[in-house]
Ligand binder design. Structure first.
Ligand code: EZ4
Ligand code: CO
Length: 412
């Protein structure tokens, strides 16, 4: 039993995706998502130039051993490129193992712990009217939990607002519901934390008043605040009972969360840009967060994220896996299988992919009554149509960046 081929497939149906496809001597195939938004080709090179040769001839059944081998033999540890590459190999191996066993992957991970996964979508608008319309549109699509991002008076273009126009002078074309833009250069957005801190609570007050106390509401601070500003925001949002406040600080400084936690009972979610358990060591041990935002894709695959979530479970911290459109259908399927199986599932982020993406990736998940389910196909339940994928070559695309009014670069 061994791996016969390893192909890295880049396709850009609605956006760029990087997929690893492994094939065994017996002809069983497995897929892994290696997409790293805005830095896609770095992972392609990591896999093609440094990993593919190591996989050929390896026993595909030894998933833990392969993970440890790739992690430790690289010598250089951690980091988003390395961990996305390892994740792709890991998920492809789990796909193969589950297909060989004739079971959906969640069965191999311990079976279902629930009927389906509560998922949240992204509502947004430049003003209250647009925000309300967007929340209603999401409810009509079946969402039972909703992230709310709002424009801020005085700021032209900020994160998370689907109806933002592209900034003047930018040539990139804005994707429908996500921040990355096709084009040769990243676009610039503007930021002012004081305006933001003043405005956001007024929007949540209006949303609660309009939609009532039951609807779970989330908000993403996207790394822009200092610890004391994050504490202020958490405190001012307490009356509106958020499900979570996400990425309130740039959390590579784990200690920052202590200060935030001392001041607010608003639940905190963090970690979509983290890539290993060690990035969470202190904030989990000291119970400084409530939800782990890691995606399977960016955090070393099923093997590593499962260990991280088991560690979190000891502290009653739950999963809140990252699921924007830059997590491919393969990465989303991996998240659904893992989320269905673990006990400490919290919520799953879910943005629908575009129609072309759904043609390239044939999927078997279901979305009913606000719940996702990975389906009952053996493996992940996703197949890649290689001919369809070939129609859409890679296109340069970047996430935007922020400048303050005096020109200073700020966290985006
Ligand atoms: O900005 O996925 O919670 N979701 C997010 C996303 C991220 C993008 C970055 O690639 O913060 O919109
Ligand atoms: Co986020």
């Amino acid at each position: 039993m061994s791996i016969r081929s390893a192909e890295v497939i880049v396709t850009s149906p609605d956006r760029n995706f990087v997929t690893l496809k492994l094939t065994t001597d017996d002809g069983v195939t497995g897929l892994g998502d290696a997409t790293l938004n805005g830095r896609e080709l770095a992972v392609v090179s990591y896999l093609r130039d440094h990993v593919v040769a190591l996989l050929l001839g390896r026993d595909e059944r030894n998933i833990e051993d392969t993970w440890q081998f790739l992690y430790r033999s690289a010598y250089w540890r951690r980091g988003p490129v390395t961990m996305a590459a390892i994740a792709a190999v890991d998920v492809a191996l789990w796909d193969i193992k589950a297909k060989t066993a004739g079971m959906p992957l969640y069965q191999l991970l311990g079976g279902a712990s629930r009927r389906g996964l509560l998922a949240y979508g992204h509502a947004s608008g430049r003003d209250l009217e647009e925000v309300f319309d967007s929340i209603r549109a999401h409810q009509e699509q079946g969402y039972r939990a909703i992230r709310v991002q709002t424009g801020v008076p005085g700021l032209h273009s900020i994160y998370g607002i689907a109806s933002n126009e592209t900034s003047p002078g930018n040539v990139g074309v804005r994707y429908d519901h996500e921040p990355a833009q096709r084009g040769a250069l990243p676009t610039q957005e503007d930021w002012d934390t004081r305006r933001y801190l003043r405005h956001v609570p007024t929007v949540f007050e209006a949303v609660r008043h309009e939609f009532g106390p039951e609807l779970p509401l989330l908000h993403d601070g996207h790394h822009r605040m200092t610890p004391i500003q994050a504490a202020q925001l958490g405190k001012s949002l307490e009356p509106y009972d958020l499900f979570w406040l996400e990425d309130c600080t740039p959390a590579e400084n784990q200690e920052a969360l202590r200060l935030v936690r001392q001041h607010t009972t608003t639940p905190l979610a963090i970690g979509e840009i983290f890539n290993t358990l060690w990035d969470y060591q202190q904030i989990i041990r000291e119970q400084l967060i409530d939800y782990v935002r890691s995606a399977v894709t960016h955090t070393g695959g099923i093997t590593h994220l499962k260990k991280l979530l088991e560690y979190a479970a000891q502290y009653q911290i739950k999963s809140g896996m990252h699921g924007p459109t830059d997590v491919s259908p393969v990465g989303m399927a991996a998240a659904m299988h893992l989320g269905l199986a673990i006990h400490n599932f919290g919520i799953q982020e879910y943005m629908k992919h575009g129609a072309r993406t759904d043609q390239v990736f044939r999927q078997s998940f279901t979305w009913r009554d606000g719940l996702l389910h990975p389906g009952e196909e053996p493996g992940l339940g996703v197949e890649l149509d290689v001919d369809e994928a070939r129609k859409y070559p890679y296109e340069s695309a970047y996430l935007p960046f922020n400048r303050l009014s005096d020109g200073t670069v700020h966290d985006w």
